[in-house]
Design a protein around this ligand. Structure first.
Ligand SMILES: *Cc1c(COP(=O)(O)O)cnc(C)c1O
Length: 377
């Protein structure tokens, strides 16, 4: 492991444009349809709904507001409780807060790192409205037990599928299992529109409510008549044009990410000092981000490992802080704490995972990582 190994920067994520992105964006500009009407909005929504295997797709300005309109559309009100995993990106919790409702935090399970379905039922109260599941890093949540709890108590299930475009649970696409699902098209996601989001659902009434909410609340067919307080959460035609071009190539994007994961498994799978996210027999993981959790016997701290990788021009990210350690949400900490999420978040590293990675890149990341996890302090 000398400096000869240094090489070019390997970024943790990078968008890749191999299709009609430029052509469609140029078409928006040439036609002057650059705002939130135009054919690409409709085409992107229709194709995305078809991709997910659902009836409706409602485009939004980003994945966070997609969660917000979905929760409002599902009837979340001040005083309600919504059950969410503590180990997630902050947007999941924030969207609940925007509604004046309270996130109720659930620990992770150690195998897939997703919310532990076994811990949910005891958290249901008379104020619980629903459950948001997060398909973390692209591995779907075990949905059957969660749908059963929801059915038993009359709760909604919203899938936060921001990281899981194309993932499958028992052969069904992520986004088609809960009552609604949200996606993000931020620059580092599996497909991107720059900034952008989508809510999908099979519920006609919910889709109509969300369309009204994201369009300032205007009553359909009655220009400037606003019977409810809505929002401007619309996607632009330019963003949708990029999204449609990305979606046309999604099979390629998904295949590249699986190949990355296979390479990481090949190079790191035998190392007992790191644990990769698995793919359960009932799941198709889309490996949005390839990650490792450092074993207990690794002598360097997680941050020391990340710093040493950075010194070798290998960009990484730490796992999210769980919500219960953020000052804005620490008051939500439950009596048992969240030992699994704490362990994962203190030992987890997101590795370079762009669709542009080569086998040599993955080999370089993996050998640098193996060297570090074996190192003494
Ligand atoms: C990226 C992400 C979001 C939010 O998406 P934005 O488009 O950045 O607003 C929400 N939830 C999860 C789990 C995410 O990873």
């Amino acid at each position: 492991m000398g400096t000869s190994n240094q090489g070019e920067l390997i970024p943790v994520a990078e968008p890749v444009f191999i299709g009609n992105e430029k052509t469609y964006v140029a078409d928006c500009i040439d036609s002057t349809w650059i705002s939130s009407s135009g054919k690409y909005i409709r085409l992107f929504e229709e194709s995305f709904a078809e991709f997910c295997g659902v009836e409706h797709a409602v485009s939004c300005s980003n994945g966070t507001v997609a969660l917000h309109v979905a929760l409002l559309g599902l009837g979340v009100e001040p005083g309600d409780e919504v059950i969410i995993p503590t180990l997630t990106y902050v947007a999941t919790a924030n969207a609940v807060t925007y509604c004046g409702a309270t996130p109720v935090l659930v620990d992770s399970e150690p195998v897939t790192w997703n919310m532990d379905p076994m811990l949910i039922e005891s958290l249901v109260t008379s104020r619980t409205k629903g459950i948001i599941v997060v398909h973390l890093f692209g591995h779907p949540v075990d949905m059957d037990p969660i749908m059963a709890i929801a059915e038993k108590y009359g709760l909604f299930v919203l899938e936060d599928a921001a990281e899981a475009h194309g993932a499958e649970y028992k052969g069904r696409r992520a986004g088609s299992i809960g009552h609604a699902a949200t996606f993000s098209f931020y620059g580092n996601k599996i497909i991107t529109t720059g900034e952008g989001g989508m809510v999908v659902t099979n519920d006609d009434g919910l889709a109509a409510r969300m369309r009204q909410l994201k369009g300032q609340g205007m009553q359909p067919g009655s220009r400037y008549w606003f019977p409810i307080v809505g929002y401007n959460y619309r996607m632009t035609n330019i963003e949708a044009a990029i999204g449609l071009a990305q979606l046309e190539q999604i099979d390629w994007h998904l295949a590249r990410r699986r190949e990355n994961a296979q390479w990481y498994a090949e190079f790191l799978g035998d190392c007992e000092l790191v644990c990769l996210q698995p793919e359960m027999p009932w799941a198709k993981n889309v490996y949005w981000i390839n990650s490792v959790v450092l074993g207990e016997s690794v002598r360097l701290t997680r941050d020391e490992v990340m710093d040493a990788l950075a010194a070798k021009s290998i960009e990484t990210r730490p796992f999210f802080y769980p919500m219960h350690v953020l000052p804005i949400y620490e008051h939500l900490t439950g009596p048992e704490g969240y030992p699994v999420a704490d362990m994962l978040s203190s030992r987890g590293i997101n590795l370079p995972s762009s669709a542009k990675l080569t086998r040599e890149d993955v080999a370089r990341v993996s050998s640098a990582l193996i060297y570090l996890v074996k190192a003494m302090r």
